[in-house]
Design a protein around this ligand. Structure first.
Ligand code: SAM
Length: 270
């Protein structure tokens, strides 16, 4: 049984936000309680105050708790439109620019990649449109290590693939008895890495497009500004930023980007 008092619970969630840098206001209390109490049970602590002290001392527990709390809902081609827009419009623009600079290397970043469905979707769309002899590099980062492990294994149940055309499924996956496993594809590489969007520097300084979708919901305005400033730093001039359907750029940094498609939430670094 957990010894709780509402005030102590609030103090505990404040402490978690302070230690992790992740604002938990967007999560419902009931959800937070369920997840936090699950961890408390595992470590044998029954009161919020003591668990707060434990988190302060034990970095590993803080990491495990954050893995338990962050929601990783995703699927291949989630909200299909931005991927089609990327394939049909953005890629054409990127190809033209690269040809001018005689480069045959493109770099994308899926920031907050969850269990890999987004970066693999980016990789497949890109491989379909960029010339065969061009190298495509997809950086895929998340704060959740368990998700990253799943991502790098690249094995998914058929439900996750329901928005993928038959062609893409057969070209990019090997079908196993129960699942689908990502195949190696020529000149298409993925780099999975733990990265905290609230603290760490941009993953590269030569990015053609950053996808950061359905992640900002976790952050306050200040953290959003910091994170998007880092994307700006990581993108090449004229590079694109794609955010989630229900997300908006904070006013403070709007001057750094020009809207390209408001419908698809695509912006260009100016
Ligand atoms: C809802 S998923 C979005 C996945 C994918 N981008 C999509 O739109 O389908 C949100 C992801 O953001 C990650 N996340 C939350 N806070 C983060 C942080 N501070 N740094 C990096 N990733 C974070 C979570 O672990 C989770 O995998």
């Amino acid at each position: 049984m957990v010894i709780n008092e509402p005030d102590y619970f609030k103090l505990l969630t404040n402490k978690i936000s302070k230690l992790s840098g992740i604002i938990l206001d967007s999560y419902r209390d009931k959800y937070l309680k369920r997840r936090i109490e699950l961890r408390m049970k595992v470590v044998g602590i029954v009161d919020y105050k003591e668990y707060a002290r434990f988190l302060e001392k034990d970095e590993n527990e803080l990491k495990t708790l954050m893995d338990t709390l962050t929601i990783n809902v995703t699927e291949f081609m989630r909200d299909k439109d931005p991927f089609e827009y990327f394939r049909d419009k953005l890629a054409v623009d990127i190809i033209e620019r690269k040809q001018k600079s005689q480069s045959k290397l493109v770099r994308f970043w899926s920031a907050g990649c969850s269990c890999g469905e987004e970066p693999y979707s980016i990789g497949m769309c890109a491989r379909e449109v960029f010339p065969e002899d061009w190298s495509i590099s997809v950086y895929a980062t998340d704060i959740d290590e368990k998700c990253l492990k799943t991502a790098s294994e690249g094995v998914y149940c058929k439900d996750k693939l329901k928005k993928l055309d038959y062609n893409l499924k057969s070209k990019y996956f090997d079908k196993t008895e129960n699942d689908y496993k990502i195949k190696n594809t020529n000149k298409l590489s993925y780099r999975f890495k733990r990265h905290d969007l609230t603290n760490d520097p941009p993953i590269s300084k030569h990015l053609d497009t950053v996808f950061c979708r359905n992640v900002m919901i976790y952050f306050n305005e200040n953290q959003k500004v910091k994170m998007i400033t880092k994307f700006h730093e990581g993108l090449i001039k004229g590079g694109f930023l794609v955010i989630g359907k229900s997300e908006t750029l904070p006013n403070e940094i709007r001057h750094l980007f020009e809207p390209v498609s408001l419908k698809n939430k695509v912006y260009m670094k100016v």
